[in-house]
Design a protein around this ligand. Structure first.
Ligand SMILES: NC(=O)c1ccc[n+]([C@@H]2O[C@H](COP(=O)([O-])OP(=O)(O)OC[C@H]3O[C@@H](n4cnc5c(N)ncnc54)[C@H](OP(=O)(O)O)[C@@H]3O)[C@@H](O)[C@H]2O)c1
Length: 291
């Protein structure tokens, strides 16, 4: 039995779909308010709970052989990105889980002080490494499925909003490839007790993304570039009325202000260990958009 947390998220639902397609027993950890009907329809067991409740995690882990931790977000990194994963790891030890896959983030080890999610991910990585469990830590760059939403907006308006330096580089990963890597990590000897940066096969400057949209939709992009100082100004203004919101924008600020890409050696290593070719952002978008 696989336990997948964040099973209704962009990545988590792809992991569950893949496991169901491969006839693997899977338990999806979901909230009652989440959209989980599709997962149940595909054959996943549904566990209703809240990752902020230790007793729910305890129950969900019973009888589980593998855990894939793919949840996150929601503006409460201390509870959701950190605490819940520590609890999952402790219960994994208690119940003799054979392999734990943790979805971290590219750059988790760069020591960004202003980014609570990055800090939480790094602390969970360290805790998992010291736990004695078999593990694989995946550090993905930005997901192609995020870009899909932007592409759909671009199709309607022709406008692309680019915040920060257009020359910043990123290697956007196909969310489907990442799901496959997460699933296959549990029994590939080369993935045991490893940390992998996971990106797409190409390094893109951010200004190339609207160009890809333009090519796909045969439409000249209208790029609106918002400099980072404007983002910082808005963030500071928000901080005057809501210091908590300002803090939680720290992770976004780090994402906007820095480069997140994998080297060609890192990509070659991934492709060799997992034995498949990673898809480009353009391939991913064309596949989903049917263009
Ligand atoms: N998106 C990216 O570009 C990116 C890049 C690098 C790393 N990552 C990491 O990759 C992982 C997956 O990201 P994603 O974009 O697929 O996430 P997502 O779409 O934002 O989904 C987050 C998931 O976590 C669940 N969740 C949040 N709080 C919960 C709680 N208290 N109890 C139970 N479930 C809870 C959500 O459930 P609901 O449906 O109920 O909200 C949802 O299923 C995360 O760890 C993220 O940090 C993402």
């Amino acid at each position: 039995m696989f336990l997948v947390t964040g099973a209704t998220g962009d990545l988590g639902r792809r992991i569950v779909r893949l496991l169901c397609d491969r006839q693997k027993p899977v338990r999806s950890f979901v909230r009652l308010t989440s959209r989980y009907g599709e997962l149940e329809y595909r054959g996943s067991e549904i566990f209703i709970g809240d990752l902020q409740q230790d007793k729910d995690i305890h129950k969900a882990c019973q009888g589980v052989k593998y855990i894939i931790s793919a949840h996150g977000g929601n503006g409460n990194p201390a509870a959701v990105d950190y605490r819940s994963n520590i609890e999952l790891i402790d219960r994994a030890k208690e119940f003799g889980v054979e392999h734990f896959v943790f979805i971290s983030v590219l750059g988790a080890d760069r020591g960004y002080e202003d980014a609570p999610t990055f800090k939480a991910k790094r602390e969970v990585e360290k805790y998992l490494q010291a736990s004695g469990l078999n593990y694989t830590i995946l550090r993905p760059s930005g997901f192609a499925s995020n870009v899909l939403t932007l592409a759909e907006r671009f199709r309607e308006t022709g406008i692309y909003l680019l915040v920060g330096d257009p020359k910043n580089r990123a290697s956007i990963v196909s969310t489907d490839d990442l799901a496959r890597i997460a699933v296959e990590s549990v029994d590939l000897p080369g993935a045991k007790n490893q940390i992998f940066p996971v990106g797409g096969p190409e390094i893109l400057e951010r200004r190339e993304i609207p160009q890809i949209f333009g090519k796909i939709f045969d439409q000249e992009p209208f790029v609106v570039n918002i400099p980072l100082f404007m983002f910082d100004g808005v963030r500071s203004a928000i901080g005057l009325v809501n210091p908590f919101a300002k803090d939680s924008l720290g992770t976004l600020r780090v994402l906007l202000g820095n480069e997140f890409f994998c080297t060609s050696d890192e990509i070659a290593n991934l492709e060799s260990i997992f034995n498949f070719k990673l898809e480009t952002l353009e391939m991913f978008l064309r596949r989903y958009l049917g263009v």
